[in-house]
Design a protein around this ligand. Structure first.
Ligand code: ASP
Length: 338
């Protein structure tokens, strides 16, 4: 009888050990920083898109350019947050830096639609009051993220699209550019040759400021070769962008249709709010389990109300970086970096 009990006990212990090994293995597939409830003063995380990015596909020159561009963006947000600026200002200005850089698929450098146009989407969300603004299918607003912030603060609406969004931006005094501003030869060739390798360069930023407020923003040209007036997940609150002071701020990148259908950004927040999961657990569950099962490739960057950061992705790479008041920071491209 005693022997039987002992055998059962050892079987249970073996089972638990195997389970925890499996968990350890899964969590090493993605990246997170910090795991505490003690709040750090500020934290910032950015992405420059996810996709098939392996060392053999990215030249050393392009690798260096990406890292430099990410570091410039990160420095912008870091300065704002460490000087006591707001999470919203950090998110907007960090994203503007990436929108102005032709390396990324957002603002200047946006990919082309099937019709050979550039149609841009962007959103921003304030975690302190769940205010949000977004623009979609815009063709002449230089910095769509700023237009989305104006929609949030200066209009009674959450989302404006196309010509109406442009008119609103004009009335707000934002910089309007001719659609040809967004033309870059690299992106046009991409369309011409119909290289539909899933390689994206959407940009996003999430921040926690010294007052404890969270904000998230995302800006993109969408998917290369997309059809007329297609709207992706980036400007859809709860899909590609979400922030809530009681949980986290999230910005996504990847195959937008899946992120919309699986309401990815809000799902991460909901898992934290209703199931008590940590940021790391919630974001990994959604990106590495739910999305993988669905066939949706991409990733998210997120920060919680304590300043913990998580950056899981299920593609081979994601341009990403983070910084915090604790002095820790990093910039990464490939899966094997952390
Ligand atoms: N999520 C974006 C979209 O579907 C694309 C991307 O992240 O690259 O529009």
């Amino acid at each position: 009888m005693i022997m039987k009990l002992l055998n059962q006990t050892s079987l249970i212990i073996l089972f638990i050990t195997l389970l925890s090994c499996d968990n350890r293995k899964r969590s090493s597939d993605s990246q997170s920083v910090g795991a505490s409830s003690e709040r750090q003063a500020w934290a910032l995380v950015i992405h420059g898109g996810a996709g098939s990015m392996s060392r053999d596909k990215i030249s050393p020159e392009l690798d260096a350019q990406y890292r430099k561009a990410l570091s410039e963006a990160l420095e912008t947000g870091k300065k704002i947050l460490s000087d006591g600026g707001s999470a919203l200002d950090a998110v907007e200005n960090t994203i503007r830096v990436m929108e102005d850089n032709p390396l990324f698929n957002a603002g200047k450098g946006a990919v082309f639609t099937h019709e050979g146009k550039n149609e841009l989407d962007a959103a921003i969300m304030d975690g302190s009051n769940l205010a949000a603004g977004s623009v979609a299918c815009v063709t002449d607003i230089k910095n769509p993220v700023s237009a989305s912030r104006r929609v949030m603060t200066n209009s009674p609406h959450v989302m404006l699209t196309g010509a109406g969004a442009s008119q609103f931006a004009r009335e707000e005094g934002l910089e309007i550019v001719p659609p040809s501003y967004f033309y870059t030869e690299r992106r046009f060739n991409e369309l011409k040759e119909l290289i539909k390798k899933e390689k994206n360069g959407t940009v996003g930023c999430c921040a926690l400021d010294k007052s404890g407020n969270l904000a998230a923003g995302t800006s993109t040209g969408g998917m290369v070769n997309k059809k007329y007036n297609r709207v992706g997940d980036a400007p859809i609150i709860g899909a590609g962008t979400y922030a809530n002071n009681s949980t986290c701020a999230v910005s996504a990148t990847g195959h937008g249709e899946f992120f919309i259908r699986w309401t990815v950004a809000h799902d991460i927040s909901a898992l934290m709010e209703y199931k008590g999961l940590s940021l790391k657990e919630a974001s990994e569950l959604v990106v590495n389990t739910k999305l993988v099962k669905a066939g949706g490739s991409g990733g998210v960057i997120c920060v919680d109300k304590s300043g913990n950061i998580s950056m899981p992705f299920n593609s081979s790479g994601m341009l990403r970086g983070f910084a915090g008041a604790d002095g820790k920071s990093g910039i990464f491209i490939y899966k094997d970096e952390n």
